[in-house]
Design a protein around this ligand. Sequence first.
Ligand code: ADP
Length: 542
Amino acid sequence: LLAEDLDADHTAQSLLSDEESAFQLGPQLNGPDRPLPAELFVELFEAHAQRRPEAIAATHNDTRWTYRDLDDKANHIAHALLERGLRDEDVVAVVMERNLDWLAAALAVFKAGGVYLPVRPDFPAGRIATQLRRSDCRFAVTEPGSDAVLHAATADRDCSIVVAQETYGDDRRGNPGVPIRPEQPAYIYFTSGSTGEPKGAMCEHAGMLNHLFMKVDDMALGAGDVVTQTASQCFDISLWQLMAPLLVGGGTHIVDTDAQLDVTRFIDLLAAGGVQVIQIVPAYLDVMLSHLERDRRALGDLRSVSVTGEALKLGLVQRWFALYPGIALVNAYGATEVSDDTMHAVLDRVPDRDLAIVSVGRSLRNVNTYILDEQQRLVPLGAPGEIAFSGVCVGRGYVNDPERTRQAFTTDAYRPGTRLYRTGDFGRWLPEGTIEFLGRRDEQVKIRGFRIEIGEIENRLLQMPGVREAAVVIDGQSDQTKNLVAFFTGPDALQPADLRDFLAAALPEYMVPAYFHRLDALPLTENGKTNKKLLVGLAGTY
Ligand code: ADP
């Protein structure tokens, strides 16, 4: 069951005058209507591959693939999947490192009409198994070296595994020509879930294409432009970093994680020229700025730096423009459930409005944006409320998870027939029609851009034999120094290292707390809840 099955029975009673409602539903606060072209992503890419086969589509270290190379390889993988019986809307896990073959595999899944499910080969096999089970996945593409974890994760289920490199041949195979419908699901990204189980957000081809066009528009992407691919495979950002340039005859440059972690290497890459657009999280912008402030460098052809995933502090923007007044910053805001970003603030200088967190900007094409109260009524302009979106961007919901889908997705009472997603973020409209981000409703947090439900970590900790109570908080103020810290109660014999190993066996590395502290009892608030504020204070004292 997915979001489209939800009933449309609630009619929101308005708190506002007709005039203000009409304004809030009008063009000032919502994205412009821009019909999508008749062709979807695959056809648009294939048309480029046909027109300019020698243009560079993708590079990784010293390897360069032209549009023809990429198209050929993707066709080989796509045909292999189809020959194994892949049908429309079958889910295909792509278990690969970030490399050119990974790009070919993702493209191949789209070409074959499948649903792309990216999986990081360094994730624990148990977590991968849960994701495959949850999404009824019976096909996978992998590569030598990444296949072992896939075999472990599929030991108890029927899964047809294609090794990308084994499908490549000298013969050229045509485009599979599988027809794709706009409302067909394109991909699933699993995000952390507060109840202990990750949720698989499923989005459609139309939403994906709409988002890719937003990036093309606001980063002014054109033929020959290069975007760096830096985000993890399990982050939906990685999708546009790969695919948006391919819509316009540009290229993607895959940067290894090592080369990013060593920020001087990343800066060297930019300084060498040939990269026009990057997207990073605020923590990384902070790291880059710390280096560049000590050792200012010209950043080659860099034109646009998109920052996303977490609140962008004014201080970072001021520091950036002090060094690089000619390079735009784009604060990109959205969520996996709405096909990635839905709002952009395109900045070419420090904003006039003196907000500690810069606005997330305006709604993008075909995006309807709302700020709602708990009964889903529009709140007055300037009042805080929950940010919600409707339109083509809104995905199908969480795969095979009707309960959690129902909690976040509903039908749009103001535009009947469209799905609406409530982000769990608070915000308010600013007079110029942009939104100020005011934080989360729940315990979802971001660490270095990774989306984490604290509850998922706590639930897992409670499964550790001996652990009686567990609470996890964030310590550290700056984007760079933020850490997860776990507190637990239990017998003396329980050692932090055991807890760490226990979590590492089930959770991705970015969800394993940096520190574990045993307490005799967890502190409580007056009404008996775990006193997390106090724990945050305590975390800073160790
Ligand atoms: P994405 O689709 O951009 O990868 P995730 O699904 O990982 O995003 O996380 C979505 C959440 O991240 C949002 O609901 C919000 O809480 C936070 N977020 C994303 N971008 C921004 C931003 N520019 N400013 C503030 N918060 C952000």
